[in-house]
Ligand binder design. Structure first.
Ligand code: DGT
Ligand code: CA
Ligand code: CA
Ligand code: ZN
Length: 579
């Protein structure tokens, strides 16, 4: 059993215990244990089988959790979890996670109205039963309905990071099957969409039956949805569907092309083929005059080149202009890649709500091949995160000056003196101009007053862009994928102002944000506004989300040169001196 599966069980225990009114200490013990196991670099199963070692030596794991881990690893299940699941409808977990609800309210809804899942809760809201419960009102009922709409659409699709994690788990299981020669994930995951409906897996093998038997032994499958001669679908972890197709070597490229999609891209490919007197299907290409004779199916490159096209990056296969581009003489644009990234211009340290020192963040950035970073802790308005006022900020900048003069051992990373300055509810910035003008890099962002009117929020952001010291707006729309709608903001006004003021806009790379969205990225680029792709890291691992931002940018057709943190530091600094 994988660490992530054990951690998932402990997390579920914590949630169900919370719903059964258990004390906070026990609940926290499970949550901490789950986190410790998820972040453990070695396998719990290995530690347990090593008689010289003790799982209790892992910080966060006590006797109880060590015993439960052993039960899980040896039997594959946990009796206490099964007990709790019998007692508490698991649907209440989803209800508890609706923004503004929590365990207490979820229990009350269950006790008073008998609701056990999201659909029943919706009906109860629509029939105005919820407002009649003590402690709930008309407003609560309304906000539950809004939360439900978001939660229900999120329940159907997984975020890209969740999809990648599930895909690696499946890959790890499948590589143990000797009959598999190659395995790739296709579909929206390969195209890098921000959310994924189901996983589409392609396997090369001469023994489909063996592959399907092995697939059926994947841990955590809830049911086999269907099984044919060469295809099989499973439901995993009670929710996500995984489709698998087994294909021979000679058709692998055609199948990969077909199942990568998108549907719109495939339709356009077929139309082009038809005009050229050919047909394309998931096995290969054929001439209309000889439909049985398939060719060019082994690789995607062959398939596209048979149609007079260059190979098209999967992120662009949305049936927009990609086929026109791939057929033109100029070739493909130089879309941004992870290895182009030279800097990261948004991150936090212990000074506000991060977990690491400036040096630790710089060292981690160097390890990831970056040449420069900007330290951008919160400003004082974000008191919950110990935001910095002028005095602490100037002291931090003095420390950065010091670090830049004496680069520590190892490859030097240039550290820019930055700040994530809040845009106050009433409009002005949270720090005076005399302080901001001493920064190398200022990102401004909205954290409070997110419910203001479109006019108010737009005016605040546009106002910040017009301040000569502000360089960038961080996470410009404030959305959280599957959890929170963007603020009401007129993005065309924001983009136009950024263009006029020669400022840049952030693409926040965190997979719950990916803010800007694809379409706003396209508008920004079209208006000549450069982008900075930043991780907003609060921990060292937080720097690893850069890849999600890069995929998102590629989907919008963003070129390396349009991303300011692909530039060498000298070019970046001279651009920042525009004023
Ligand atoms: P998803 O799963 O909703 O995030 O999106 P996809 O793109 O992964 O869609 P999915 O899983 O339904 O199908 C995978 C690919 O198979 C899709 O991108 C293109 C291809 N495909 C599926 N159905 C059709 C179809 O009716 N016509 C064509 N031309 N292609 C299809
Ligand atoms: Ca899919
Ligand atoms: Ca599918
Ligand atoms: Zn931040």
């Amino acid at each position: 059993m994988e660490n992530s599966e054990i951690a998932d069980v402990f997390d579920q225990m914590a949630e169900l215990l919370e719903l059964s009114g258990e004390n906070m200490f026990r609940i926290r013990a499970y949550r901490n244990g789950a986190k410790a196991i998820r972040e453990l670099p070695e396998n719990v199963a290995d530690i347990l089988t090593d008689s010289a070692r003790d799982l209790k030596d892992v910080p966060g794991i006590g006797q109880t959790l060590a015993d439960k881990s052993r039960t899980l690893v040896t039997t594959g299940s946990l009796p206490q979890l099964d007990e709790l699941r019998k007692k508490i409808p698991p649907g209440l977990i989803k209800i508890m996670h609706i923004p503004g609800l929590g365990a207490k309210k979820a229990i009350a809804l269950h006790r008073e109205l008998g609701v056990e899942n999201l659909e029943q809760l919706r009906t109860a809201c629509e029939q105005h039963q919820v407002r009649q419960i003590k402690g709930f009102g008309e407003k609560t009922e309304q906000s539950i309905l809004e939360g439900l709409t978001i939660a229900q659409s999120a329940a159907q699709r997984m975020r890209i990071d969740q999809a990648q994690t599930l895909a690696s788990r499946i890959r790890a299981h499948m590589t143990q099957c000797a009959s598999i020669k190659r395995l790739e994930f296709a579909g929206s995951l390969r195209r890098g969409k921000e959310t994924v409906g189901d996983l589409d897996m392609l396997v090369i093998s001469d023994d489909p039956a063996a592959v399907m038997d092995h697939f059926g032994q994947l841990r955590g499958i809830a049911s086999v949805i269907g099984r044919g001669d060469t295809k099989m679908s499973l439901r995993v972890d009670d929710q996500f569907q995984v489709d698998m197709r087994v294909v021979p070597q000679a058709s692998f490229g055609a199948a990969l092309q077909y199942f990568t999609g998108s549907k719109e891209h495939n339709v356009a490919i077929r139309q082009r083929a038809k005009k050229m007197g050919m047909t394309v299907n998931e096995y290969g290409v054929a001439k209309l005059s000889a439909p049985g004779e398939l060719f060019a199916g082994a690789s995607e490159e062959e398939l596209y080149s048979t149609l007079g096209l260059q190979w098209i990056p999967p992120e662009l296969r949305e049936g927009r202009h990609e086929i026109q581009w791939a057929g033109s003489d100029h070739g493909f644009p130089n879309l941004v890649q992870l290895r182009d990234m030279q800097g990261d211009l948004h991150m936090h340290t212990v000074a506000s709500d991060g977990t690491e020192s400036i040096e630790a963040m710089a060292a981690a950035a160097a390890k990831r091949g970056l040449k420069y970073i900007a330290i951008t802790d919160h400003s004082k308005r974000v008191s919950m995160a110990r935001g910095l006022g002028p005095e602490r900020l100037l002291a931090q900048w003095a420390e950065i000056d010091q670090l830049n003069r004496n680069p520590a051992n190892g490859p030097a990373v240039r550290i820019l003196k930055g700040i994530e300055c809040d845009i106050l509810e009433s409009g002005p910035l949270d720090l005076p101009d005399e302080v901001l003008e001493q920064a190398d890099w200022v990102v401004a962002s909205v954290h409070y007053g997110q419910k203001q009117s479109r006019q108010e929020i737009t005016a605040r952001i546009v106002g910040a862009l017009c301040n000569p010291h502000v360089d960038c707006i961080a996470h410009p729309t404030g959305r959280l994928i599957g959890r929170r709608q963007p603020y009401e903001v007129d993005m065309s006004a924001v983009i136009q102002t950024a263009a006029n003021e020669r400022k840049c806009l952030e693409l926040n790379a965190h997979p719950t944000r990916l803010d800007l969205s694809e379409s706003f990225l396209m508008s920004a680029i079209a208006a000549g506004v450069p982008i900075s792709i930043n991780t907003d890291a609060h921990t060292i691992d937080g720097m690893d989300v850069m890849s999600f931002g890069v995929i998102q940018a590629r989907r919008a057709g963003v070129l390396a040169d349009q991303v300011i943190n692909t530039w060498p530091i000298t070019r970046l600094l001279s651009w920042l001196e525009r004023n």
